[in-house]
Design a protein around this ligand. Structure first.
Ligand code: MF3
Ligand code: CO
Ligand code: CO
Length: 322
């Protein structure tokens, strides 16, 4: 599919989605302690999704009931109530049956509510993805499946990758955490991966090229003695989790597509302590380093705006202030 640039209104909805994804990821990070299983983290994320889904449903129902009580000339109030749930405007028409009203409410709830972007995700003949989160410990690069038997240990590094749809738009974000007493080498790997993402984010502005981003990540990571994974890349995101363009974590400056205002991309460097080579385990998802060296992964969903980068999955960010 062609690149889908987003309007300012769509980016506003994607920001709301990004904040919810960030909040739930933060809840998982707080809970990630020795003795906690990756399954427990998945359960936390499921509870967070359910809570926010219910909240949206309540918002739609409350707005709908306010609209049906409005006098027909209350234009400003209608605009306010339907700023996000635009389908509710239909309720301002007189003569609707309660059945019609219920239909409108149901379709707005379905369109806007929160759901996992990962659960049952289908990718090229693999079994559907069984979790709402990917949990990737130590030599696992990405796509680790949460399991009761996969318990976090002191000294681990663990990548937690989480994605949702809300208001019909995806937010995709990941972080790698050091757990307890982590070796200096592992700590450096995590710090370098995090910093490499920041270098790419700084370039998420109109006129940059995708090769500039890839080069910024790759050159920094390699200068620190680590390697970038080639087999997986970042991606555009929006109504689909994975949209064009691909966003590699390697490349040459001044090459590839130019970034335009309205582009929203998930940038996600995967950094290995050893070689960049990847091996897939028998579960068909878990991607580990071929040499079993440690690996780190960070990801944010970023909008390119006229004012500069807006990190939609970072609560403190605003347009031009990543
Ligand atoms: N969120 C991952 C990414 O960053 C993809 C996860 S695959 C899934 O692109 F199967 F878990 F959904
Ligand atoms: Co992700
Ligand atoms: Co992603």
């Amino acid at each position: 599919m062609r690149i889908q640039l987003k309007s300012p209104d769509e980016i506003r909805l994607m920001r709301a989605s990004g904040l919810v994804a960030a909040e739930i990821l933060e809840d998982m990070c707080q809970a990630a302690k020795p003795g906690v299983s990756t399954w427990d983290l998945d359960q936390i994320a499921r509870a967070g999704i359910a809570k926010h889904a219910k909240r949206i449903e309540q918002e739609v129902v409350d707005s709908a009931s306010a609209i049906t009580k409005l006098s027909t000339d209350a234009k400003d109030e209608l605009a306010r109530l339907t700023e996000t749930y635009t389908g509710l405007r239909a309720l301002a028409k007189p003569g609707m049956t309660t059945g019609d009203v219920d239909q409108v409410i149901k379709s707005e709830v379905d369109k806007h509510k929160v759901r996992s972007a990962f659960l049952n995700y289908n990718a090229g003949g693999k079994p559907p993805y069984p979790g709402v989160v990917c949990t990737s410990r130590n030599e696992v690069i990405v796509h680790g499946i949460p399991r009761k038997t996969d318990v976090i240990l002191d000294g681990d590094i663990i990548g937690i990758d989480f994605g949702i749809f809300m208001h019909g738009f995806c937010a995709d974000t990941a972080r790698t955490l050091p757990i307890g007493n982590v070796s200096p080498q592992k700590r450096k790997l995590v710090d370098v991966c995090r910093e490499s993402l920041e270098k790419a984010i700084a370039l998420c502005r109109v006129g940059s090229r995708l090769g500039d981003l890839g080069h910024a990540v790759q050159s920094y990571v390699e200068s620190q003695g680590f390697s970038v994974v080639r087999q997986f890349v970042g991606h555009g995101t929006g109504k689909q989790m994975h949209e064009d363009p691909q966003v590699p974590n390697f490349g040459k400056p001044g090459t590839e597509k130019r970034l335009k205002s309205g582009l929203v991309i998930a940038v996600e460097p995967m950094v290995n302590a050893g070689t960049p080579d990847v091996e897939e385990l028998d579960d068909e998802w878990t991607a580990v380093t071929k040499d079993r060296s440690m690996s780190a992964h960070f990801e944010h969903t970023i909008a390119v705006t006229d004012d500069g980068p807006w990190v939609l999955t970072r609560p403190t960010s605003s347009p031009g202030n990543p």
